[in-house]
Design a protein around this ligand. Structure first.
Ligand code: PBG
Length: 325
């Protein structure tokens, strides 16, 4: 008797397909990245990221309130400072842009999960993610600045700090500093396997953090390396990371899958600016079905092992999910 197995049996109707669906995207897993800049009443478009804006603190609060109402309860904050200097001092200034945004959001949305991206590249005048010494990024000198920044972010109301600099030993240094300042309950989401990726292109316009010289290959990972991601992840977990991240997402599904199998902590995936913009660009030309491919990419990222999904499409995806239910 052939064929004995007929996998098509379970594909016959929408209800049946939904019943046996292995992977779902839930709104509770979504994290929405936002950009905050100085000023008031600002909503500055980012040309390479249609639909994404730099907000001032006041407009950011209104925007996040509306997004929170849609069911997206976690926000990842990036700051564009009013001044940059060699050590990125606005990053740890108690009155710095992200600290002000955190305080305002904490007041407006007391239960929101506020995640502060923790890196110096937006704040340094040279655009690198750390302190320079002799033309290269000095790892250990950078740790002190990161730790100090984490403490200020915690003080301002961050639920989670998210180091994205890729310095060695930063998770341990940040954990120690947070604990010493009494912030035992502030969690760390480590950008553990962060690759030196061309897919960050549009973000450099959004966050105004392009390196003034050179690139980030001496600290971010080589896209060719898979095993090394596990090494980075396991180190971060040993140093106290509460959540680990793989970034970018779609080009690194193998890495996500490896990481998911090897650690017990939640795994986040960052669908980065280039992943966003290439779909937006193709959809604008009518070359791709926008909603369909967005949901397909997020489903794939989740299927590969991501528990948390960081995506610029979080507000829209939440609407689509609500409509399906
Ligand atoms: C910087 C940082 C980057 C992103 C998040 N944090 C860019 C970079 O490393 O150059 C990229 C996010 C995106 O592309 O959406 N620490």
């Amino acid at each position: 008797m052939f064929p004995q197995e007929r996998p098509r049996r379970l594909r016959q109707s929408a209800n049946l397909r939904q019943l046996v669906r292995e992977t779902r995207i839930d709104v509770e897993r979504l994290i929405y990245p936002v950009f905050v800049r100085p000023g008031q009443h600002q909503q500055v478009a980012i040309s390479a990221m249609p639909g994404i804006f730099q907000w001032s603190v006041d407009t950011l609060v209104d925007h996040c309130r509306a997004v929170y109402e849609l069911g997206v309860h976690a926000f990842l904050l990036f700051g564009i400072p009013s001044r940059k200097d060699p050590v990125g001092s606005e990053a740890y200034d108690p009155a710095g842009i992200v600290q002000r945004a955190l305080a305002a959001l904490r007041e407006a949305l007391p239960d929101a999960v506020l995640i502060a991206d923790l890196c110096l590249c937006e704040y340094t005048d040279h655009g690198h993610c750390g302190i320079l010494r002799g033309g290269t990024v000095d790892n250990d000198a950078t740790l002190d600045v990161l730790a100090r920044t984490a403490v200020e972010q915690a003080r301002a109301g961050a639920t989670i700090v998210a180091p994205s600099d890729m310095m060695d030993g930063r998770v341990g240094a940040i954990r120690r500093a947070l604990d010493e300042s009494g912030f035992h309950d502030v969690a760390i989401m480590a950008y553990s396997a962060k690759y030196a990726s061309g897919f960050y292109g549009p973000f450099r316009e959004a966050a105004e953090n392009a390196p003034a010289f050179g690139d980030r290959q001496t600290y971010q990972m080589d896209p060719a390396n898979r095993r090394e991601a596990l090494k980075e992840v396991l180190l971060d977990v040993a140093e106290g990371a509460d959540i680990v991240m793989v970034k970018p997402a779609l080009p690194y599904l193998d890495v996500l899958s490896d990481v998911r199998q090897r650690v017990a902590v939640p795994v986040a995936a960052y669908q980065v600016s280039g992943e966003f913009s290439m779909i937006e660009a193709a959809a604008q030309r009518g070359w791709l079905d926008r909603e369909r491919v967005i949901l397909e990419t997020l489903t794939s990222i989740r299927r590969a092992g991501a528990d948390l999904l960081i995506t610029y499409w979080a507000p829209e995806v939440s609407r689509w999910i609500a409509r399906q239910e």
